[in-house]
Design a protein around this ligand. Structure first.
Ligand SMILES: [Zn+2]
Length: 351
């Protein structure tokens, strides 16, 4: 079996401010779980690099890059914390952490494309999928996954890259970056209506990119059964039709039933099953090339177990039972109508 890589760097812990849910403790919980369970020892460490301004400019405006750098360097008085929007802080270490976060996903993507490893999980922060080409928002400074996708296309010669985003929030930044780009398929499942507001099924791309943005807006209360229907009935056939050469995953774990920020009921086994489906797609379509990048997930125990569940699929391990994996037995919401709408919008009419 090809090696499974991981990216981590202590610099990722330098971005933080007390009381904020997007905290360094998130990564510490994951790392300590992976160490204790012995999984980290079965993976190959991929050293992150620092993304350069030229890397970031594949997606972001020079004004945004300069604003994040200058705000972090100047800091906010008296605590050193400055806010780019009501949710999104920077501290003096944030710019360096953000460069290495984006650079971590770039390094993992290069290692996979070079055949040094087969797949990877990037344990990076700050997260990225809300960062638009011109705006940092929603805890995100630079869009790590979008920068890696643009790098793979523009510098590594790939023709098609698919991004699957199972964070509970819509990845508005990633959608914006590629909305008219026919070479990137963006598929998002998310709670709707919910922060940041978009992600309706009728948002399908524009111009040459028409049809390559796929939004699955799901009502609150969806659990494993509803999520697996969305992935089997919509995500899987559309990714297969697109024939990507690389699969990137915006891996947020805030749809977990234990998560404090959202109202979905996905359990750890649900993440394992979604990740199994994505791995099978990568094996079928991309020579197994799949790179996960951490986005959200704010219950530290659920986060660690759910990341581990994804890594277990890459390593070929069985699902590891946790104490959080019993999904609720109450019936979930009916998603027939929204799935039918998404299928109609994307020409999947036989499901
Ligand atoms: Zn999220």
């Amino acid at each position: 079996m090809p090696a499974v890589g991981y990216v981590y760097d202590p610099l990722y812990l330098e971005h933080g401010t007390p009381g904020h849910p997007e905290s360094p403790a998130r990564l510490q919980s994951i790392i300590s779980h992976l160490e204790r369970s012995g999984l980290l020892g079965r993976m190959v460490e991929v050293r992150p690099r620092d993304a350069t301004p030229a890397d970031l400019a594949l997606v972001h405006s020079h004004e945004l890059i300069a604003r994040v750098r200058e705000t972090a360097e100047e800091g906010g008085a008296p605590t050193g914390v400055a806010w780019l929007d009501p949710d999104t802080y920077v501290v003096p270490g944030s710019y360096r952490a953000a460069l290495r976060s984006a650079g971590g996903v770039l390094a993992a993507t290069d290692a996979v494309l070079d055949g040094e490893i087969g797949s990877a999980f990037c344990l990076v922060r700050p997260p990225g999928h809300h960062a638009t080409p011109i705006r940092a928002m929603g805890f995100c400074l630079f869009n790590n996954v979008a920068v890696a996708a643009a790098h793979a296309l523009e510098r590594r010669g790939l023709e098609r890259v698919a991004i699957v985003d199972f964070d509970v929030h819509h990845g508005n930044g990633t959608q914006d970056a590629f909305y008219s780009n026919p070479r990137v398929l963006y598929v998002s499942t998310h709670q709707y209506p919910f922060y940041p507001g978009g992600g309706y099924w009728a948002e399908t791309g524009e111009g040459e990119g028409e049809g390559t943005t796929v939004n699955l807006p799901l009502p609150r209360g969806c659990g494993r059964e509803e999520y697996l229907r969305a992935y089997r009935e919509v995500c899987e056939p559309l990714v297969r039709r697109f024939r990507p050469q690389l699969l990137l995953v915006s891996a947020g774990f805030d749809a977990h039933l234990a998560d404090p920020l959202a109202q979905m009921l996905l359990d750890t086994r649900g993440y394992y099953e979604i990740a199994s489906l994505l791995k099978a797609l990568a094996d079928e379509l991309c020579d197994g090339r799949i790179v996960y990048a951490l986005e959200g997930g704010y219950d530290h125990t659920a986060l660690a177990w759910s990341v581990r569940a994804c890594i277990d699929t890459l390593l070929g391990n069985e699902f590891a039972e946790d104490l959080l994996s019993a999904g609720p037995s109450v019936p979930g919401p009916n998603i027939d109508t929204v799935l039918a709408a998404v299928k109609g919008a994307h020409g999947l009419n036989n499901g």
